[in-house]
Design a protein around this ligand. Structure first.
Ligand SMILES: Nc1nc2c(ncn2[C@@H]2O[C@H](COP(=O)(O)OP(=O)(O)OP(=O)(O)O)[C@@H](O)[C@H]2O)c(=O)[nH]1
Ligand SMILES: [Mg+2]
Ligand SMILES: [Zn+2]
Length: 324
């Protein structure tokens, strides 16, 4: 029996890197993959699988090894959890200083998954060559103040690239973020040989063109560092968090909530003696972060049935949750 790492794949064709360094194109053996039940898609980049060789260069995937960590998205069309990247040590949330515009609400949503998986998150501000305005600088300062690791980068000029290369060395990192922020460009800057496809941003709508279409794991030339490039997405639905524990996923809200008169029953909306409301006044909780919290809370409460009736959340209209 062979062990291998899924590099990329879709439908029923996956490229699998085996322990001897060879790559095989593999299909699933049987209709359902053991270990991947209940997901929209059976395998993510970074998954560890057991496989057996078939004819030259091909193979069959037998089962999925338990995932150490997972970055997933709720697939709104398929109404199920879509696995994007697995077994990573670090999540890099890429944002941009312009084109497309800086989107802190999006960062807030991304930050929830690494927090619940116990994995570090880096907030990387790319395209700093376009100029970092005061509003963006203020928000990045606030992320640092509340304990996030941040980096300022430019894949274009190379600023910050060496620092990022050092930070990801020896680890498996997944790069996520909206389309067009420069995820693939950053990875190409870290190592030119990766040759990942890069696409223009549509100037009129200030949106990326979804150039990367599937997550792909690459190994850097040191032989141990692994990076996973992922397709950009416009919005990230939040599911699978108990609304009562959402506040704990925002470090500064968690800190402030220790003083709420209602204790753990306080939702920090308009309850009497809410210490989060007081912290909003002093700036200890940033009003934009609070706004993210309130919107995500509404979304979780509205789709509460999701956890019980797997894959069938009750929804209002999608645009009610637009966070971009
Ligand atoms: N000015 C500037 N442009 C950049 C920088 N990094 C990337 N770009 C440009 O931004 C555009 C989008 O870059 P991509 O690397 O394709 O973005 P992506 O995040 O991988 O996008 P998707 O694959 O669609 O999710 C390209 O035209 C890049 O040349 C940067 O640091 N500065
Ligand atoms: Mg890309
Ligand atoms: Zn409260």
């Amino acid at each position: 029996m062979n062990l291998g790492t899924v590099l990329s794949g879709a439908n029923n064709s996956f490229s699998v890197l085996s322990e001897d360094g060879s790559i095989h194109y593999c299909a699933l053996k049987g209709k359902k993959l053991k270990g991947a039940e209940g997901f929209y898609n059976p395998l993510a980049a970074g998954d560890l699988v057991e496989w057996e060789p078939a004819s030259a260069g091909t193979g069959m995937i037998l089962s999925l090894r338990p995932r150490k960590s997972l970055f997933w998205r709720y697939n709104e069309k398929g109404k199920a959890v879509q696995a994007i990247a697995a077994n990573m040590d670090l999540v890099v949330c890429v944002t941009s200083a312009g084109l497309p515009p800086f989107r802190p609400r999006f960062i807030d949503r991304v930050s929830l998954e690494p927090a619940s998986e116990g994995i570090p998150l880096i907030i990387a501000l790319n395209k700093s060559d376009l100029g970092v305005d005061d509003d963006i600088a203020e928000r990045m300062d606030d992320y640092r103040r509340i304990g996030f690791e941040t980096m300022e980068l430019s894949a274009g000029t190379g600023v910050g690239v060496e620092a990022l290369r050092k930070r990801v060395a020896g680890l498996t990192s997944v790069f996520v973020g909206q389309s067009g922020v420069g995820k693939s460009s950053i990875l190409n800057a870290i190592e030119s040989g990766l040759g990942l496809r890069v696409g223009e941003v549509c100037e009129k709508y200030e949106r990326g063109r979804h150039t990367t279409v599937a997550a792909i794991l690459s190994t850097l030339s040191d032989g141990v560092t692994r990076v996973i490039d992922t397709p950009g997405f416009r919005r990230l639905a939040v599911r699978g968090i108990d609304p009562a524990t959402l506040g704990a996923c925002f470090p500064e809200i968690r800190a402030a909530s220790a003083g709420c008169a209602l204790g753990s029953r306080c939702k920090h909306l308009d309850e009497p003696g809410c210490a989060v409301a007081a912290a909003l006044e002093t700036g200890e909780v940033h009003e934009d972060r609070y706004e993210s919290y309130a919107r995500i809370l509404a979304e979780l409460e509205d789709t509460r049935g999701y956890a019980k009736k797997a894959g069938r959340p009750r929804r209002r209209h999608e645009d009610d949750y637009e966070d971009a």
